[in-house]
Design a protein around this ligand. Structure first.
Ligand code: NOJ
Length: 585
């Protein structure tokens, strides 16, 4: 068991972010996400594991991060790489043992790093004993722990169209699975092996709270809550609108931020988090959340969660679905992030991210992964980390890792990609077009193994990696980056340091500038008499920022930049600068 405590005397429970001299510790923290399957393999089976992560803690300490978020390591059939959990209080042998996890947590704590676990409680695996029992009989005491419904009246159970609602699942096909034994259907918003838990049932909620307390007692420092805004559904389960050309209805309006969501999160806070606020971190993943809802979720006075992951800014290059790839427009990105900055300025708090295990690599998406890879990766890091909120770094982002060169559908492993390809081709889409959108948006882009060195499997494994290593690891790797003071890694290290040394980075007010400029991203941060300007050129051509006081600004202190010795009136291709000045209040 873990005994090292990270209680921070500077933290005052109950103080709103940025409202006084005592503010929550996570306002000046940076979180690093590890996707265990792809981080470091200690036993040569081709799959990353806990001992592998422990062996790389010195690297994370050198980067300077404060919190380690672990994607799921629990026992799982691995239908969705561990987001289908069959035992909430164990460790999958693929990743090691509970003792290995204790060792990882202790090693992190010794280095001043907190550990946040993934909490996946919208659904379990269909192999979780709760679901096995629920499925065993319509009279099972756990029947009501999941969403069981009869076929649509007047239809034959099992036939297409007999599903209780017309909702589609996120992983293609209907959101309902027919169970031969009882003739009923169960709801699964994700794969058929991920049945949704029924949070209306108080026993379900009690069991989850108990499990969360068990993890806190074991020494973990908080939770990243998977699709947590889906746990409250409209119990009347209405049909959704079928989009033009679509095959299923959109159930989103009936399960995103549903009627009891605030009640469920407040109850969870009271049952689990209350009394430990000063040391824990809670972040809710919330697809489709609006700024107005996020303000309620993160208002410290409401005691729900510390911050949320919203999805608007990672949807700016997507149309009707994530596979509908649109050209990237910087103005759309600024409009979205600027609105979130303004919306949570007085109450609430943002989490800031470009990448995670579900998103393509940002340098390939919003940057230039060719000639200007290093510089544009640094620019993207600079812009994100200078916003107000808590930044998240996804493994390999600090190296400027890029999207993978997937040649065919055989190269993908992700259930979402594989199912989408099959369904889209069945519906008549051209395979080459489907592949093109998978290459741009597929989640496996983020899941290729971490690139530690230039050796054949990038130092990730001595075996055969479960997903091919990116061929660019011969030049893009941690060993080379740590050795090069001018690397993306050291730029991220400096950005993380800046958040701690310059209070305006963590707590300053945010003002967006030049919202209509198609290539320049510019904003100020202000705290007391300190003002910062972050200005960045999102293009491969030099540009002079159209800021009224640019001549004055460019002569002030340069806090951080990505072009050595630069101070001219023009920003070079993909150049970013952060200036600092004092102003009369
Ligand atoms: C969101 C997770 O980030 C994603 O990886 C997973 O597939 C779904 N939730 C279902 O758990």
């Amino acid at each position: 068991m873990i005994s090292v405590s990270l209680a921070d005397p500077a933290v005052a429970a109950g103080s709103g972010p940025g409202t006084g001299p005592e503010v929550p510790w996570w306002t000046s923290s940076v979180v690093y996400q590890v996707y265990p399957r792809s981080f470091a393999d200690s036993d040569g089976d081709g799959i990353g594991d806990l001992r592998g992560i422990t062996s790389r803690l010195d690297y994370l300490e050198q980067l300077g991060i404060d919190v380690l978020w672990l994607s799921p390591i629990y026992p799982s059939p691995q239908d969705d790489n561990g987001y289908d959990i069959s035992d909430y209080t164990g460790v999958d042998p693929l990743f090691g043992s509970l003792a290995d996890l204790d060792e990882l947590i202790a090693g992190a704590h010794e280095r001043g790093i907190r550990v946040v676990m993934d909490l996946v409680v919208n659904h379990t695996s269909d192999e979780h004993p709760w679901f096995v029992e629920s499925r065993s009989s319509v009279d099972s005491p756990k029947r009501d722990w999941y969403w069981w419904r009869p076929a649509r009246p007047g239809t034959t159970p099992g036939e297409p169209g007999a599903e209780p609602t017309n909702w589609g699942s996120f992983f293609s096909g209907p959101a309902w699975e027919h169970d031969e034994a009882s003739g009923e259907y169960y709801l699964h918003l994700f794969s058929r092996k991920q049945p949704d838990l029924n949070w209306e049932n108080p026993e379900v909620r009690r069991a989850i709270h108990q499990m969360m307390r068990w993890w806190l007692d074991r020494g973990v420092d908080g939770f990243r809550m998977d699709v947590i805004n889906m746990i409250s559904k409209d119990v009347s389960l209405p049909d959704g609108v079928v989009p033009e050309g679509g095959t299923h209805g959109d159930g989103g309006p009936f399960f995103l931020c549903g009627p009891r969501i605030h009640e469920f999160l407040a109850e969870m806070h009271a049952e689990v988090v209350a009394g430990h606020e000063a040391t824990l971190l809670t972040v809710g993943e919330m697809p489709g959340v609006t700024v107005e809802q996020a303000r309620l979720f993160t208002d410290p006075a409401r005691h729900e969660v510390d911050m949320v992951f919203q999805f608007e800014h990672v949807g700016v290059d997507q149309g009707a679905s994530k596979w509908d790839v649109l050209p990237f427009r910087l103005t759309a990105l600024k409009e979205s992030l600027g609105r979130w900055q303004a919306g949570l300025a007085a109450t609430g708090w943002n989490s800031l991210y470009w990448n995670n295990h579900d998103q393509p690599r940002v340098v390939s998406r919003f940057g230039d992964d060719g000639e200007h890879r290093v510089r544009s990766a640094k620019l993207l890091g600079t812009v994100l980390h200078l916003h107000r909120g808590t930044p998240y770094v996804y493994q390999g982002e600090e190296l400027g890792m890029t999207n993978a060169p997937f040649a065919s559908i055989e190269d993908f492993r992700d259930i979402e990609a594989v199912n989408h390809y099959r369904h889209a081709v069945e519906l008549g889409e051209q395979p080459a077009d489907v592949l093109a959108s998978l290459r741009a948006m597929g989640r496996d882009n983020a899941r290729t193994p971490m690139q530690w060195d230039a050796s054949p499997n990038a130092g990730f494994t001595t075996g055969t990696p479960w997903l091919a290593v990116h061929p660019d690891h011969t030049s893009v790797n941690a060993e080379a980056a740590v050795a090069d003071p001018d690397s993306v890694f050291h730029h991220y290290r400096r950005l993380i340091g800046l958040r701690k040394s310059e209070p305006a980075v963590a707590l300053g007010d945010f003002t967006m500038l030049l919202p209509e400029d198609p290539v320049v991203y510019a904003f100020t941060r202000r705290l007391g008499d300190v003002e910062l300007l972050c200005v960045a050129n999102f293009s491969g051509e030099p540009v002079r920022p159209d800021l009224p006081d640019w001549e004055e600004w460019r002569r002030t202190d340069l806090l951080i930049g990505n072009v050595a010795g630069s101070s001219g009136a023009e920003l070079a291709a993909w150049e970013a600068r952060v200036h600092r000045r004092r102003r009369d209040s």
